[in-house]
Design a protein around this ligand. Structure first.
Ligand code: ZN
Length: 237
């Protein structure tokens, strides 16, 4: 299988991180496609904002519009059916007795990345871009750099390929993720992420904050809000 070195497949959920990754990929590669997964999430809001975010980001530059290729949504309902998590069932948020967040879906990112590489392989897309991060992450072990690197090795051995798993957010915190968006697309991209993307675990789109819509209290909202305030604090007046 020939993989086009200037192409990428972005794992795109419609959240802040994956939207920043999409902008990052559009600024680097000539051909960029997106993939999303439905897996029985409690809240489908992220899935609903994906297409509006894609449309809005394509309007930010002629280059980006030309580079942005098709999107696909892969159904992984089986993941929701075999796992019990606060993201896929009506269970309380918080921390599990073993210290992991109640929102942890075991194997989720391993499955997502594996399916994404299957699609990338078929489409001839060399880079697979994911917004995972171990700097100020939610505590998911499959967001860690070592996990992703180990999976890349296994996938390339198993597929006899040279796919590259790219994780541009791995070593930066949430404030720097906002700064990266600013560098890539200026204030217009930052505003787009604030207005259009969705991060809240509870699917709340009714409470408005400087950093976007969300409940303001779940882990995802608190990470996003905290990063925003630190990003704002270092913005020039
Ligand atoms: Zn929230």
């Amino acid at each position: 299988m020939t993989l086009d070195p200037s192409s990428a497949l972005v794992l795109f959920s419609g959240g802040q991180d994956s939207t920043t990754c999409l902008a990052w990929a559009l600024s680097r590669y000539q051909r960029v496609e997106t993939i999303g997964f439905s897996y029985g999430q409690r809240h489908a809001v992220e899935m609903e904002v994906r297409e509006p975010v894609r449309r809005a980001i394509a309007k930010l530059s002629d280059d980006w519009r030309q580079r942005l290729g098709p999107d696909r949504v892969v159904s992984l309902d089986v993941l929701g059916s075999v796992s019990q998590s606060a993201l896929t069932a009506d269970l309380p948020m918080g921390t599990r007795p073993d210290g992991l967040p109640a929102t942890f879906v075991p194997g989720r990112n391993l499955v997502f990345l594996t399916f994404a590489t299957i699609v990338a392989y078929q489409r001839g897309l060399k880079h697979v871009v994911a917004g995972v991060c171990e700097t100020d992450f939610s505590g998911y072990p499959d967001c860690r750099d070592d996990t992703v690197k180990a999976l890349q090795v296994a996938i390339n051995l198993g597929m006899e390929a040279r796919l590259v798993l790219e994780t541009p957010l791995m070593w930066i915190d949430k404030a720097d993720t906002w700064r990266l968006a600013d560098q890539l697309g200026g204030r217009t991209l930052v505003d787009l992420i604030v207005e259009e993307t969705h991060t809240c675990y509870l699917g709340d789109r009714t409470h408005r904050h400087d950093w976007g819509l969300g409940c303001g209290t779940c882990d995802a909202c608190r990470l996003r809000a905290n990063g925003w305030s630190r990003y704002q604090a270092r913005l020039p007046p």
